[in-house]
Design a protein around this ligand. Sequence first.
Ligand SMILES: Cc1cc2nc3c(=O)[nH]c(=O)nc-3n(C[C@H](O)[C@H](O)[C@H](O)COP(=O)(O)OP(=O)(O)OC[C@H]3O[C@@H](n4cnc5c(N)ncnc54)[C@H](O)[C@@H]3O)c2cc1C
Length: 470
Amino acid sequence: MKKAIIIGAGPAGISASYILTKNNIEVEIFEASPHVGGMSRSFDLWGQTVDLGPHRFFSKEPKVNDFFDEILKDDFTNVARLTRIYYNKRFFDYPLKLFNVFKNLNILTILSILYYYVKQQIRPIKNPASFEGWVTNRFGYKLYSIFFKNYTEKLWGIPGSKIDSDWAAQRIKGLSLVEAIINSIKSDSNNKHKTLVDQFKYPNGGTGSLYNKALEQVISNNGVLHKKEPIVKLIIENNVCKGVITKDGKEHLSDYVISSMPITHLIKGIVDTPQFVLDAADKLYFRNTILVYLEINKEDIFKDNWIYIHSPDVKHGRITNFRNWAPSLNKGKKSSILCMEFWAFDDDIWKEDDAYLAKLAEKEIKQIKLIDADEIIENVSIKRVPKCYPVYEVGYREHLGIIETYLNTINNLMPIGRYGAYKYNNQDHSILMGILAAEKIVHNLDLNLWDINTDTDYQEDGEVKDVLIQ
Ligand SMILES: Cc1cc2nc3c(=O)[nH]c(=O)nc-3n(C[C@H](O)[C@H](O)[C@H](O)COP(=O)(O)OP(=O)(O)OC[C@H]3O[C@@H](n4cnc5c(N)ncnc54)[C@H](O)[C@@H]3O)c2cc1C
């Protein structure tokens, strides 16, 4: 019987383990934290269930949907998506709807959007390398500055001119302003959430229940999970990965290693990695998220699943209302749990203590008037999610390419996942990577796992939907 070691019990690691154990490959999972589900886990808070930040699930890929359906069966809810953008003290429907945009912007701004758009079509930027250049070419600078710039810069912490165009290309693909307008008129006339984009499947037990349930199957198929056992080194002999070493120095041997730990750490865990590869890894970096959960003793705060906060005068970028996801999360409680997302590098507000962050969140939510100034916040809880956004700074591809080329020389080692492969993955991409890594082993396939995400048909019927983060 062949054996695979899986590093990380997030969506990528769990889906790989699920397929492997179903196909009689022995699996041992090593997870650094005490949890299952990675960034996609759910947990109990004040008697309700919440996710580690909001987690919408969507895929067009049959393998991913089969995984979801096989595990959850009918234990999910179809959630009608309702999201808006808060900008300049106004709420814009999202995806954008033409008449709603006209209603919220004054005539001068609309004329200026058109002027900058036409100007850009006459004189486009040649081969734009940055997010700013790419989006400006498509939509003109004015529209970029209203609906893309502030939010994107809050999220990534660097100017739009320094963010690689890959990110835009991956998320917006072939969409033009004309198509966006046609889409927005269509959705205006429908005025309902009918399309696939406007509905998403959500596990009744929270997004993480998908991975807990998949793990039950893995274990019933004799898979083994070790929690709180971080991998610190790999065992490589003659360019073949033979296993891993845990923090206590113990060696664990296997025929294959599938890794979803941060690629930058993985590289450092390989003895003899050439200095130029280590240098390339040092040039890649991640952005962290701080989640501030607030319990408010009220049933109807706002109707959206989440609201994107573009306004530059507050630091948070998104606010979720878990009451508006699946009714099963709320467990009949009268209070609502909101989750505010702040993004930071290792300095900045990442270093602040919980009391500071709680105060900041309370000040900001009252400033944008989502709750009244005299509203009582019953409870506050802070979660820090380190290294959750691989930063696509202009030039990152070159550094990642060096690492990729080097790792391709090591047989039977498969780096997958969001920080595992340094890809801006959603759950579906990580699940797909896990499934394909497993299938590569089971069927001895010649697959390039690095192509997943950038090459998959991710776009949902031409809507500008995920230029904002999930
Ligand atoms: C705030 C937020 C909101 C999001 N919203 C959405 C959404 O709406 N929809 C969506 O589809 N996706 C969303 N995502 C993305 C989604 O969470 C990730 O794409 C997904 O969890 C990635 O899965 P993964 O297995 O690749 O990585 P992870 O989930 O990060 O799992 C990796 C695992 O490896 C473990 N690990 C790390 N180092 C080691 C080590 N040295 N040894 C052993 N184990 C290790 C980690 O503890 C972790 O459990 C969101 C992410 C965030 C942060």
